[in-house]
Design a protein around this ligand. Structure first.
Ligand code: ADP
Ligand code: MG
Length: 399
């Protein structure tokens, strides 16, 4: 079950807003509705699901409805029509007490203007949410300290916000929400006020934090680069309508319409797409298997070499069909004929930074994680194809 499901969610501002609903259903534009009825369409029949552990980015120009949409999710704004389901429970049917619990326990919000209390210390700011809930002092200090350490603010507990840089203040805002340990984090232009370099660091850290904590994050931005860098999926909004939802490469490579196309046309794909985006599934064999099994696997899958891993999927090397045949003849083990010198990169390596490596090797480049576990392989053809704007096939044995 998705953690959050949004169905035909609509918000219209103005008096007697429900008047606009039949007009929206007939496909009237935001502009026409404003002219004819003086109502402002904030969000127009948005539908999507967000999976647990996902970074879901809502992107669009200023005024496209992002803030309205994200505030509908926790009912800071009441919808005009539609549904919001949290783990299957209808958020719009919650009574005030249930809604309070939902906001405290399940869904936390980080704002752009950090919203810190100037006279409280960093620690007291981070504790705030827990204090409001009446959590005992010792426990809330513990949790707040833990959250501060997660965002890299060890040692700053007793400083006041104005002694901190903008980036660090934003970390405090984030720690305050993390201390509550919510399932979902809503972040509305959380990094937009930061300097570009600090902003990049924060994006990187958010992605790392997410992979550590497995939170679900709904991240609002008007910045395409930011969306592409951190989003697992991106919903692109225009005039209150969600015009496309997809992974970063789907948005770039298969724009749903002219609007999206124009939005993304200036992007240098090589600086956005990573090894993970273009990698394919490799054919592998475990080192404990002998050369006979290796050769058999190569025949079955029609490839001339295999990636050899240990039990925990750590990459050891490559074996070719010729070498496996030789090992069978010699009666030796796979180890004896392995090529250990395999070019490899981390999954988040940008294609732009891989060009030299790719052109200097005949082998596909292996994509391994920090523990050397094999995640995929990148072949020259799929890099060129992706950069030419073609979709990358899901899997294949293009060795
Ligand atoms: P974004 O966050 O993408 O910049 P918003 O969600 O703030 O966009 O705004 C979407 C549309 O709704 C805009 O046309 C805006 O003027 C309108 N809007 C937002 N809040 C209100 C409000 N409280 N009253 C009237 N119109 C509003
Ligand atoms: Mg906004």
């Amino acid at each position: 079950m998705p953690i959050l499901e949004v169905k035909q969610l609509t918000k219209v501002f103005g008096s007697d807003p429900k008047r606009a609903l039949p007009l929206l259903e007939q496909g009237w534009s935001k502009e026409k509705i404003l002219q004819e009825s003086r109502l402002t369409v904030g969000v127009n029949q948005a539908s999507f699901s967000i999976e647990q552990g996902e970074i879901f980015v809502i992107m669009g120009l200023s005024g496209s409805g992002k803030s309205t949409l994200v505030r509908l999710l926790n009912r800071l704004i009441e919808p005009t029509s539609g549904q919001v389901l949290f783990e299957g429970t209808d958020v719009l049917k919650m009574n005030p007490e249930a809604l309070r619990q939902f906001r405290r326990k399940n869904i936390g919000m980080v704002f752009q203007k950090f919203g810190l209390f100037p006279h409280r210390t960093v620690l007291q700011n981070a504790e705030y949410g827990l204090e409001v809930q009446g959590i005992p002092k010792k426990e809330r200090t513990e949790k707040a300290m833990e959250a501060l350490s997660l965002v890299g603010l060890n040692g700053w507990e007793h400083s006041r916000p104005d002694q901190l840089s903008g980036g660090m203040q934003q970390r405090v805002g984030l720690a305050r929400v993390l201390a509550n340990d919510p399932d979902i984090l809503l972040m509305d232009e959380a990094f937009s006020a930061l300097d570009p370099l600090i902003r990049k660091d924060m994006q990187q850290e958010l992605v790392e934090l997410q992979s550590k904590m497995q939170k679900t994050i709904v991240f609002i931005t008007h910045d395409l680069d930011e969306a592409l860098r951190i989003g697992d999926r991106i919903a692109l909004m225009k005039d209150g309508t969600v015009v496309q939802i997809g992974t970063p490469e789907e948005i770039l490579i298969q724009p749903a319409n002219k609007y999206v196309e124009r939005f993304v046309e200036d992007v240098d794909l090589s600086k956005v797409l990573t090894a993970a985006h273009v990698m394919r599934k490799p054919e592998t064999v475990s080192i404990e298997r002998g050369p006979r099994v290796a050769l058999q696997l190569m025949r079955e899958s029609g490839v001339s070499s295999l990636y050899v891993t240990d039990k925990s999927k750590k990459l050891i090397g490559i074996v070719t069909a010729d070498d496996a045949a030789q090992a069978i003849k010699d009666g030796s083990a796979l180890e004896a004929v392995l090529q250990l010198d395999v070019p490899k990169v981390l999954p988040d390596m940008l294609l732009n930074d891989m060009f030299d490596l790719i052109s200097s090797t005949r082998l596909p480049v292996a994509v391994v994680d920090e523990d050397e576990r094999l995640k995929g392989i990148v072949i020259k053809g799929s890099v060129l194809s992706a950069l030419a704007g073609n979709a990358v096939p899901e899997a294949g044995n293009g060795i």
